[in-house]
Design a binder for this molecule. Structure first.
Ligand code: F3S
Length: 403
């Protein structure tokens, strides 16, 4: 890989040991993918996790004097204030969250703690080259916004933020961005839950860049696109999808496939969606002890929907709704947060479902979520959830479960 003089100087340590280490990581990745050169980025998003390995790596860069050339936004960890008040997190875990905050602040990150940066605070334009990590963020940026990013890890995105460059390969190159698999959707889709079910068919769709056809553009919401991308990357590995008449590189089939023929065609029927739905209720709970929503972080519209539903039938078991601090602020200013509180739901900012110290106490209780991704992550620390629509989750929360 050819480096510019400035990049070579960075690698040689002229701008400090921290930048040199970050450049070494970037160069090694680039060589692994046979990149020819490094290109500048305009934005970064780091999937910070407040887990030890991630903080260790960030600390190593900070201690070596690194500073971000492109200040990245960051993924959620957890809201220390809320979970300390609830008495849920022990001192060891709180210390790690505090240290993570400090290290990333020292590096110059923008501490947004949200997994929907593309809605608030870090929104690339079409064609921008960025370095984004996080399962649902990368695919949204590539597919819906038409930005260009590889599926970075938190470490590689942080290195890119520090150097300001990424190796040019994969999704940064035109030839890898055209569609390769035609996915004919032969059933109407209603609400984001159907789109999550569609995403759960990632294994049937197989490798490549899927082009979804047959979906009515008027049925597609921002939330639907978020749910689809998130599930495509939990059930499979998708950097980019196109949707005819919806996403920017797919005004029609010909453009989506770059004038070539699809390598294969997959048809998704209502039966395929229902087969996935059947897998989402492994516990077959009939009552709820709690509900957790917001993986990925809920949008303001989703919060308003939850508030409407809970106004009709308030929750009698805990309902946690995870979202960004920006959306919490908006919900406070519009009175929506207060309305939710009166109906038994709590808006939790800055927090990920994949935080065992916060949620581990729910193991053994009957929980519901509307996110297959949430169920997948929480299972790792013993919290078993059934997954159904937001409407069903909140109806169950209103019915209650404790005997
Ligand atoms: Fe967001 Fe954590 Fe889910 S980062 S998408 S809440 S696993």
């Amino acid at each position: 890989m050819t480096l510019t003089q400035y990049q070579q100087e960075m690698l040689d340590g002229r701008y400090g040991k921290g930048k040199a280490l970050a450049m070494r990581v970037q160069k090694t990745i680039g060589e692994g993918f046979r990149a020819q050169r490094m290109v500048p980025i305009t934005r970064a998003h780091v999937a910070l996790s407040a887990q030890e390995a991630d903080t260790w790596f960030a600390r190593k860069l900070r201690d070596a004097g690194a500073q971000c050339a492109v200040p990245p936004t960051v993924n959620p960890g957890y809201c220390l204030k809320y979970f300390q008040q609830m008495g849920r997190v022990d001192e060891k875990s709180s210390a790690l969250m505090r240290e993570t905050h400090q290290v990333y602040q020292d590096l110059g990150a923008i501490l947004t703690y949200s997994c929907t940066p593309y809605l608030f605070g870090n929104i690339p334009r079409y064609g921008e080259t960025v370095s984004f990590s996080e399962t649902s963020v990368t695919v949204y940026a590539n597919s819906v916004l038409g930005a260009r990013t590889n599926r970075e890890s938190s470490a590689s995105a942080l290195c890119a933020a520090i150097t300001g460059f990424v190796p040019e390969y994969g999704m940064l190159l035109d030839e890898n961005r055209r569609g390769t698999v035609l996915v004919q959707v032969d059933t109407p889709l209603q609400g984001e839950f159907d789109f999550a079910l569609l995403g759960m068919n990632a294994k049937r769709i197989g490798p490549g860049v899927p082009v979804f056809a047959g979906i009515k553009p008027s049925d597609v919401t921002t939330e639907a696109l978020i749910a689809l991308g998130a599930q495509l990357n939990v059930a499979g590995m998708v950097d980019l999808f196109h949707m005819v008449g919806v996403t920017p590189d797919a005004p029609n089939l010909e453009r989506a496939f770059g004038g070539r023929q699809p390598e294969r065609t997959v048809t998704i029927t209502r039966e395929d969606l229902e087969a996935q739905r059947a897998l989402l209720m492994p516990q077959k709970y009939e009552q709820a002890d709690f509900v957790i929503l917001g993986c990925p972080h809920y949008t303001y519209d989703q919060i308003c929907r939850a508030a409407r539903l809970l106004k009709q039938a308030p929750a009698v078991v805990p309902v946690w709704i995870l979202t960004s601090a920006a959306v919490v602020d908006l919900a406070r200013s519009t009175g929506m947060a207060g309305q939710l509180g009166e109906s038994g739901a709590t808006l939790v900012p800055d927090t990920c479902v994949d935080e065992a110290p916060c949620w581990g106490h729910l193991a053994g209780q009957r929980g519901f979520t509307d996110s297959p991704k949430c169920a997948y992550y929480m299972r790792a620390f013993g919290v078993e959830l059934d997954v159904t629509t937001c409407e069903n989750c909140l109806a169950l929360a209103a019915k209650g479960g404790k005997s």
